[in-house]
Every structure is written in C-alpha cells, then in structure tokens.
Ligand binder design. Structure first.
Ligand code: MN
Length: 200
C-alpha cells in the first residue's frame, strides 16, 4: 500500500514560539510530502511496495540495487518525519518520569547530561541529518545519522529524534542550530517517548 503523509496531530502554529507555523507547514506538506511521493515512485512495481516502512528500512540491502539509494533517502524521510511529528506536542517539554527517567539517568548520569549529549550530537552532525535517542537492545544510547538514515537500519529502536536539516529551522533560527535545539526541547512529548520506550 502506498505511503501517505499523516496529518499533523496539531495545528501548524501549535508549537509557536519554539517552531514557527510557516516552517511547520512547509516542512510537513512540502518536505514530508516529497519524501512520500518519491518513496512510492521508487517502490512501485516491486515486491517491497506492500511492505511496512519499518520492514523496508530494516532490510535495505535486500532491495534491488537501483532502488536502494532512493528508498533509503525517501522511505527514510517518511519514517523519520512521521516519528518527528508524533514526538512533539503543544503540551510538550519538561522532563520524563518513571522508567524512562531511570533509564536516562542510568545511561547518561542525569537528564541535563542527556540533553547536553543529544544537543552535541545534533550540532556535531555536519550537513544534514538527525540526532537520536535509541534503545540498542540493552540500554539507551545517543547516535546521529546523516541525511534521512535511521538507526532502525542498524538494528536499533529510535525513541526520539531531532531533525537538524536546515529546512527544520532556517526560517526562524537561520544558522543558529544550537538555539533551535534549545527551543525544540520545549516541544518534546515525553508521554509519547515513554510509550516507545515501554514497547522497545
Ligand atoms: Mn525534515
């Protein structure tokens, strides 16, 4: 079944002032829209067109050779952005509690240390990509990926990701990626991330 862009679970302006409405509209409708269009075009007519995006990204090496790059980039873009929209909420921000907080403290020392490490991973990603909190099977870890790659292709489970492509922040923050990441924390839906953690 062809992929579709899921509707945003809130209004374009709902994450103001942290992420501006125009950025959200272009990012969701145009950027995510293009990844979906291009992923569907690349998969059309192959046996992989009926598979889930997770299964595709976990088995990129099994795709026809000429499909691997376009699918990696565009199905990856679809998966990453779907996770990203759901990871944010107008009532987001603050800190996680419960088992997720315990796991973050165990892996990184404290919530502040975790925030500093994820931010450093986002700032340190040269060019376009993402910084992620993942479950690696035994615990939590921070990784970063280039372009639209996702840790799921490396056998890890993404719990939270911050998009550090310039299209995610340039209208409001220009070259100030660190300021964008600082503001983005105020949007994180720890309820959603805790759900993913519990399922991982
Ligand atoms: Mn993006």
């Amino acid at each position: 079944m062809a992929f579709t862009v899921p509707p945003l679970p809130y209004d374009f302006g709902a994450l103001e002032p942290h992420i501006d409405a125009q950025t959200m509209e272009i990012h969701h409708d145009k950027h995510h829209g293009a990844y979906v269009t291009n992923a569907n075009a690349a998969l059309e007519g192959t046996a992989w067109a009926e598979k889930s995006v997770e299964e595709i990204l976990q088995n990129l090496g099994a795709l026809p050779a000429d499909k691997q790059a376009p699918v990696r980039n565009n199905a990856g873009g679809h998966y990453n952005h779907t996770l990203f929209w759901e990871s944010m909420s107008p009532s987001g921000g603050g800190e996680p509690g419960g088992a997720l907080a315990d796991a973050i403290n165990a892996a990184f020392g404290s919530f502040a240390d975790f925030q500093a490490k994820l931010k450093a991973a986002g700032i340190g990603r040269f060019g376009s990509g993402w910084a992620w909190l993942v479950h690696n099977g035994s615990g939590l870890e921070i990784v970063s990926t280039a372009n639209q790659d996702n840790p799921i292709s490396d056998g890890k489970t993404p719990l939270l990701g911050v998009d550090v492509w310039e299209h995610a922040y340039y209208l409001k923050y220009q070259n100030r990626r660190p300021d964008y990441i600082d503001a983005w924390w105020n949007t994180v839906s720890w309820e959603k991330i805790a759900e993913r953690f519990a399922a991982a």
